[in-house]
Design a protein around this ligand. Structure first.
Ligand SMILES: Cc1cc2nc3c(=O)[nH]c(=O)nc-3n(C[C@H](O)[C@H](O)[C@H](O)COP(=O)(O)OP(=O)(O)OC[C@H]3O[C@@H](n4cnc5c(N)ncnc54)[C@H](O)[C@@H]3O)c2cc1C
Length: 374
């Protein structure tokens, strides 16, 4: 028995249902609602709160390390590499201006890439370093990367031969970012339904039928699917594969000198300071097949490798305790570009953000809203 009040306010047919309450889903809902203030916009999230990669990540506000950008240049050509960097840089600026640096805990302490001495990884970057800076200059208006080998000892690192720094990156607090985004989304009138897992969607003439795992049916005028690494469960035909990332965090280290974000091992390892300790993730390259999963979890192989990196490179000679370990699921595929497409007249998908959702999440959402508008 549904009252008139329930049926008018809580059971009305939504104009837009967004499936997935991560950074992309929440920005899609928020930006769409701003354009259509009179419409009912509802986010369905299977967790008790946003619970995908957006709240499991490392919190790097970054646009790509030199080794990654040079690999992209070789694989896809200069135009595609530059377009991706520009998208990430614009996304970071838009994110920071939308929510504010204080609210997202952004720290302008710099981004870094480190290289063991005289390795192939180092020479591959050193040989083309100036040319890379030259091609990026139109985006940043300056030479964005600089060698800063003196910082290696200042940060207390060992077994590192060379270090590149950019002043334009830095760490942020992903929990505060997502909490601020959720607060903003709710304040602007979007409905957020936690603990609501969507089992299927079926486009019908005039609407889309959304069926939840617990058997509810919702008729929506439009649907946006923002389920990233979990997309295969709803849309198995889309080329999106889950890719698990494992992370650990140490207790506070007395006198920790590390500041900023750091890439290592051609992007497969990443670490930063957080709350006086070190947050370190990566190691997927050790077991690409095993980490192709939507199951959360950690494995001894990867966790032991991360701990060895702490002992030999990041905290040499310093005792440390691991206070937390976790994992998150990314969405990846044959291309590094996200999928932002209209699947049918009333269904749009915005997924496969790889390891860059902090930077591009808001821009992917804008593109999804543009498709919903058409
Ligand atoms: C360990 C790790 C480290 C990372 N580090 C960084 C970093 O430092 N910088 C960076 O830019 N990016 C990083 N990333 C990537 C970044 O976190 C993602 O690209 C971004 O969070 C993707 O956002 P999203 O909204 O698309 O997906 P998610 O945040 O995964 O959101 C998808 C949401 O959909 C929900 N959902 C799924 N299926 C259903 C369903 N059927 N019904 C209802 N709800 C559903 C999920 O619960 C989830 O909340 C990292 C990722 C990981 C895993």
């Amino acid at each position: 028995m549904v009252s008139i009040w329930e049926s008018e306010q809580f059971r009305a047919q939504p104009d837009l249902v967004v499936i997935g309450g991560g950074i992309v889903g929440l920005f899609t809902a928020l930006l769409y609602k701003r354009e259509h203030p009179g419409q009912l916009v509802m986010v369905l999230e299977r967790g008790a709160h946003p619970s995908g990669a957006s709240v499991k990540n490392a919190g790097f506000a970054c646009f790509g390390s030199p080794s990654e950008l040079l690999a992209d240049l070789d694989n896809e050509g200069e135009e595609a590499m530059l377009a991706r960097v520009e998208e990430r840089w614009k996304g970071l600026l838009e994110l920071r201006s939308e929510l504010g640096d204080a609210a997202i805990g952004f720290e302008p302490t710099g981004g870094h890439e480190i290289y063991p001495s005289h390795t192939h990884g180092y020479t591959a970057v050193a040989d083309r370093f100036n040319a890379l800076n030259d091609s990026l200059r139109p985006i940043f208006g300056e030479a964005v990367f600089a060698w800063d080998d003196a910082a290696i000892s200042r940060f207390g690192l060992a077994n590192v031969g060379h270090l590149v720094r950019t002043r334009l990156e830095g760490p942020l607090d992903s929990g505060r970012l997502m909490a601020a985004l959720l607060r903003r989304t709710l304040a602007e009138g979007v409905l957020f339904r936690p603990l609501t897992e969507v089992a299927s969607i079926e486009p019908s003439p005039g609407h889309v039928s959304v069926r939840t795992k617990d058997g509810q049916g919702i008729r929506a005028a439009m649907v946006a699917i923002c389920t990233n690494g979990y997309t295969g469960q709803l849309l198995p035909e889309l080329p999106v594969e889950p890719a698990r990332g494992q992370v650990l965090k140490t207790s506070p280290i007395p006198g920790l000198r590390l500041r900023g974000t750091f890439h290592y091992g051609e992007g497969f390892y990443y670490f930063r300071d957080h709350a006086g300790g070190v947050l370190l993730g990566g190691g997927r390259d050790l077991d690409i097949t095993g980490e192709r999963t939507t199951e959360d979890g950690t494995t001894p192989l990867i966790q032991e490798t991360l701990e060895a990196l702490l002992r030999t490179v990041i905290l040499p000679g310093q005792p440390f305790k691991i206070e937390r370990r976790w994992s998150g699921i990314m969405g990846m595929g044959p291309s590094k570009s996200p999928i932002v497409e209209r699947l049918s007249e009333r269904v749009v998908v915005a997924v496969r953000l790889g390891g860059m959702g902090v930077a591009i999440g808001i821009r992917v959402a804008r593109r999804a809203v543009a498709l919903l508008r058409q």
